[in-house]
Write a protein that binds this ligand. Structure first.
Ligand code: AHM
Ligand code: MG
Length: 339
């Protein structure tokens, strides 16, 4: 019996180029650069457990040089790879205070800006738990040929032309959308190639999982507290009590919920009045993916992709996941609001 060879990410990008907005090949090239950087970061993350015995990340190596922390390494790797190609005119990163302008003739001619969280949940690396890279791609709004400006980065999420994440988990996956569904590719480490493993990913309409850091419970708004009690109530026909699953690594929590059905919440709280997660680097790209997969992402009241950003590192509360569950959570917040 002949088994079919899986489609590689490279083949998929070429075959689907006409589905990409403004298909000129540049976006394909940009996604290829991200794929390459992801493999380099993946290799380093895989070695993280050897840090103490080999002197990696944060420690001094044998030559007395200070080795980079993995989040800094990931940031540098993505930046370097994106700069080495001509498709990107600027990058904003959760790791950097300000955006970076690739200010030369070649890059000023290019159309795209990238916003990224190069290694989200990086504290999990120390304990061998999944982490992720999140990226978001927009067309610039300032004229081609000039250096990019802040306004190119402060676009609402519905203007994204592509977004994706890499999950460095028990296997490494790259999941992305260009507005034509969500597709997941798993890295085959034996050949170093991402292969199409999850075509057309879809959020189940509802699920049984709720993901939230309940350690912050007493600081949550009343509506969130009441929603959590609702999740824990006994109601077998509806599947409640739901199961609580919280990795503390946004990409992994959202990825699991997309496959199994569930809701992830990072609300406001007395300790984080605006929430913790960043609109531009975390919430918008994942919201684009989640909506493309049939799910829902809001700040509890407003669609995330409709929020007009006002600053690069803006934080927002985040309610994301299976549509029916997010709507349910929102109804608790609304009644809280109306009281
Ligand atoms: P980071 O960007 O500093 O890594 O923070 C984002 C992470 C998310 O991956 C995760 O969902 C959340 O912080 C966990 O926060 P907490 O420890 O407060 O529950
Ligand atoms: Mg982060």
């Amino acid at each position: 019996m002949r088994t079919q060879r899986p489609t590689t990410l490279g083949e998929f990008l070429v075959e689907n180029q006409e589905n990409f907005p403004y298909a000129t090949g540049e976006l394909t090239q940009l996604l290829s650069s991200i794929r390459l950087a992801a493999k380099v970061v993946n290799r380093e993350i895989n070695k993280a457990g050897l840090a103490d015995i080999l002197g990696l990340s944060g420690a001094e190596n044998i030559q007395g040089e200070n080795q980079m922390k993995l989040d800094v390494f990931a940031n540098d790797t993505f930046l370097r790879t994106l700069r080495s190609m001509g498709e990107v005119c600027g990058v904003a990163s959760e790791e950097l205070e300000d955006f970076i302008v690739f200010d030369d003739e070649l890059h000023n001619e290019s159309k795209y800006v990238v916003l990224m969280d190069p290694l989200d949940g990086s504290s999990n690396v120390d304990v061998n738990v999944s982490v992720g890279t999140i990226f978001s791609i927009y067309r610039r709004i300032t004229p081609i040929g000039s250096p990019v400006k802040l306004e190119d980065f402060l676009q609402p999420g519905h203007k994204q032309v592509a977004a994706g994440y890499v999950i460095y988990g028990s296997s490494t996956m790259l999941v992305f959308t260009t507005g034509h569904g969500v597709h997941g590719f798993t890295l085959d480490p034996s050949i170093g190639t991402f292969c199409l493993s999850h075509p057309n990913m879809r959020f189940p309409e509802r699920g049984q999982i709720y993901s939230i850091n309940e350690g912050n419970y007493i600081h949550f708004p009343e509506g969130v507290k009441r929603y959590l009690k609702f999740c824990q109530e006994l109601d077998p026909p509806s599947g409640r009590p739901y199961t609580s699953r919280y990795i503390g690594s946004l990409v992994s929590d959202v990825h699991r919920n997309m496959i199994k059905g569930g809701i992830y919440i990072y609300p406001t709280g007395t300790m984080s009045p605006k929430g913790k997660l960043r609109l531009l680097y975390e919430c918008n790209p994942l919201a684009f993916i989640v909506e493309q997969a049939g799910g829902r992402a809001t700040d509890g009241f407003t669609r995330i992709l409709d929020l007009q950003p006002t600053e690069l590192h803006q934080r927002v509360p985040y309610f994301v996941g299976s549509t029916a569950m997010v709507l349910e959570a929102e109804s608790f917040l609304r009644s809280d609001h109306n009281e």
